[in-house]
Design a protein around this ligand. Structure first.
Ligand code: URA
Length: 244
């Protein structure tokens, strides 16, 4: 369903509510921001047997990436060089989530390939994780926000359906959010980093931890110790899940 259609239904319910009650209930006072649902079905191809069509309708991560590449839902499409859908293995233990591509990622169309990416690979390597063997790396928004600003709420809302589809296709055992923006969006809270990092939360029944973004560690060496403690806790839980 499109955001526009959700808005129409919402406004209809709001109008009926105030008509029936004579006033607007408190639940309708704050208008939610709706986003489009992502169509995760591949277009059906003509001249195929029903078996082939059934197979084709199982979306692959490659097909989803191709859809993401074509996206023009928000203003970031106008300033991007490349879309950055994500990269990694197709059956990852862990999906690692950043906030959005920076300059290097925008140039190459790949996530976390600049200075922060080199540090991210080292952090993951320290707990035996890698985008080559057991991780998938993605972002909240798939196009670079100009001047590396935080992605705006409307940009995040336009894009989040893609990440939701990636998570549901990849079925990771655990989710590692790099930094505040990713943590806030997936957990739907606004806790400060000192209350957010290193704890286990749950996203659709998948254990989720937020730790410091590698860019934050590059700016402030003192964060390396707490980030390392977070990663050790993350690995313990992952090892536990692997033996189940
Ligand atoms: N920072 C992010 O959050 N994501 C990237 O892909 C690169 C830098």
């Amino acid at each position: 369903m499109k955001a526009e259609e959700k808005n129409i239904i919402y406004n209809l319910l709001k109008t009926s509510d105030s008509f029936i009650n004579g006033f607007s209930s408190p639940k309708f006072l704050k208008t939610p921001v709706f986003s489009d649902d992502i169509d995760t079905q591949e277009p059906q191809q003509e001249n195929k047997s029903s078996d082939q069509t059934a197979d084709d309708s199982k979306l692959s991560i490659a097909t989803l990436s191709a859809k993401i590449q074509r996206c023009t839902r928000c203003q970031l499409a106008r300033t991007r060089t490349n879309v950055v859908p994500g990269m990694g293995v197709e059956n990852p233990d862990v999906i690692v989530i950043g906030e959005g591509p920076g300059y290097d990622e925008d140039m190459q169309g790949l996530p976390f390939v600049g200075r922060a990416g080199i540090l991210l690979d080292k952090m993951l390597g320290a707990i035996e994780l890698s985008r080559k063997t057991n991780c998938y790396i993605a972002n909240i928004v798939k196009c670079r926000p100009p001047h590396n600003r935080d992605p705006l709420p409307e940009e995040q809302n336009s894009c989040i359906g893609f990440l939701e589809a990636q998570i549901s296709l990849l079925k990771p055992k655990m989710i590692l959010c790099m930094g505040r923006v990713a943590g806030h969006k997936l957990l739907n809270n606004e806790l400060p980093m000192n209350q957010l990092h290193g704890k286990f939360f749950s996203y659709k029944d998948i254990p989720l931890m937020v730790t410091y973004h590698p860019s934050a560690l590059l700016r402030d060496e003192a964060l390396k110790r707490p980030a390392w403690d977070d990663l050790k806790g993350f690995k313990l839980k992952l090892d536990e899940l692997r033996t189940k």
